[in-house]
Design a protein around this ligand. Structure first.
Ligand code: MD6
Ligand code: FE
Length: 214
């Protein structure tokens, strides 16, 4: 059930579906801090363009922090405890990240969300993420919390079948999407990023996606 505070967070918050909401500006006040952390993390684990199962280079560059990291290569998509490039653990989740993810999930009615993975996506102009379902997590009862930073983008929100034509939502710096429950397996994606300049992120859009993988 929606927490009563949901309707107070921001007048631009919208419910996407059952157990799913877009919280307008929820992380705006810490946006710059979050980006600073992303830069620190990327000094340790550089962003890279992984390959899809089919061998195509992804247009979105990624890095991970947390107990588990999402990786993609020719053997498919999965979470690993070690970075395959270094053989070392991923960097720990910064407390600021964890606190934000838990607060956002709570507002949408998912209490005590404790993510064990944070995938950081970096989009440059033209980069996109085609319609997909998040299905590499064992725990499908936990929601996903997704934080938009930097340049705006068009978030595509479809249905439980790939053939459903997606609704287009513009997402801005500091917006947070949360989805779980019966919306957990909705097809979604990001349209090709438009060129632009954001004072805190330059020519990029960043997205933090928090999950409980197991
Ligand atoms: C993005 N996000 O916003 C891509 N997946 O850059 C996702 O694919 C995503 O935002 C699951 C839940 C939230 C998301
Ligand atoms: Fe996704």
């Amino acid at each position: 059930m929606m927490h009563p505070d949901f309707f107070e967070t921001d007048r631009h918050s919208i419910q996407l579906g059952a157990g799913a909401a877009l919280l307008g500006g929820f992380a705006k006040d810490i946006g710059q801090d979050l980006i600073r952390h992303i830069h620190d993390l990327s000094a340790h684990t550089p962003f890279r363009h992984m390959e899809t199962r089919g061998g195509k280079r992804m247009s979105v560059a990624m890095l991970n922090c947390g107990q588990f990291g999402w990786i993609s290569d020719r053997s498919g998509y999965r979470y690993t405890a070690l970075n395959p490039l270094t053989g070392k653990a991923w960097s720990a989740l910064p407390p600021l990240f964890l606190d934000l993810a838990t607060r956002a999930a709570d507002v949408v009615g998912f209490r005590d969300f404790l993510p064990d993975a944070c995938l950081i996506n970096r989009y440059q102009p033209g980069a996109r993420l085609s319609l997909h379902q998040d299905m590499d997590e064992q725990d499908r009862t936990a929601p996903i919390v997704s934080v938009s930073l930097g340049l705006p983008a068009i978030f595509l929100w479809g249905g439980t079948q790939r053939t459903v034509r997606p609704v287009r939502h513009q997402v801005f710096h500091g917006d947070v999407a949360v989805w779980g429950g019966t919306s957990r397996m909705i097809f979604h994606g990001i349209d090709a990023l438009k060129n632009g300049y954001h004072p805190a992120a330059g020519h990029f859009r960043f997205n933090l996606t928090f999950r409980k993988t197991r």
